[in-house]
Ligand binder design. Sequence first.
Ligand code: T5A
Length: 220
Amino acid sequence: MRNGRFITFEGGEGAGKSTQIRRLATRLRTHAREVVATREPGGTPLAERLRSIILAGGARDFGDFGEALLFSAARIDHIDRIIRPALARGAFVLCDRFADSTRAYQGARGGAEENMLAILEAVTLGGVRPDLTFILDLAPEIGLERARARRGQGGADRFEGEDLAFHALLRDKFLGIARAEPERCRVVDAAKPEDEVAEAIWSACLEQWPLLATEGRQWA
Ligand code: T5A
């Protein structure tokens, strides 16, 4: 039984996904009984442990497909323990990155074949697919600079440390996903000020679920 709604946020580094999830969660909480905000890789203790290893570069030598397997292992735990139960309770689930990130990041260089990633995705998701995906689109130079400014003295992680050409490929990959699945994906201009991005996201939610325009926690 799946009554909830599943919204994912995707895009390159520093595009503003975490910021916009916080804002949408706050807004949705005035309309919905339960809103779950979570992230990938992560969301469960086991998946957070895998996150630490992968983002520290500890799995780089497995190659793109090997890393995709580890992201998928973390995702299976996250789906089983957090996402599927929350959707069954009727919650709105907002997730910072999901399967499109594997398609883009692990698929960008062609090291992992697209059809293998598609098979892995189908097995991993077990039918749990987003209802709506926001692709926060931003020039990688700007996103990387935002991410750098935010982390201060800390070093770049496994993927932030990749070169600009890789981040440009990622942007193309995410836009390609949006073109291929227009019914699920909404591309949002993430270069706009934070408030404008939040309004674009809210408008898309209202379009998708007009009942949200009604005040009060009426959403089952
Ligand atoms: N990965 C992940 C894979 O390779 N495969 C996978 O399957 C999955 C799931 C995750 C890494 O793992 C990779 C992708 C990633 O490299 P992460 O730390 O979660 O690592 O990295 P990101 O998801 O990229 O998160 P970031 O925190 O870097 O970026 P966000 O969440 O997009 O950006 P946010 O909201 O933190 O904002 C960044 C800064 O910009 C400001 C914010 O205040 C903040 O300082 N900002 C704005 N500034 C100006 N205008 C706006 N509109 C702004 N919005 C936010």
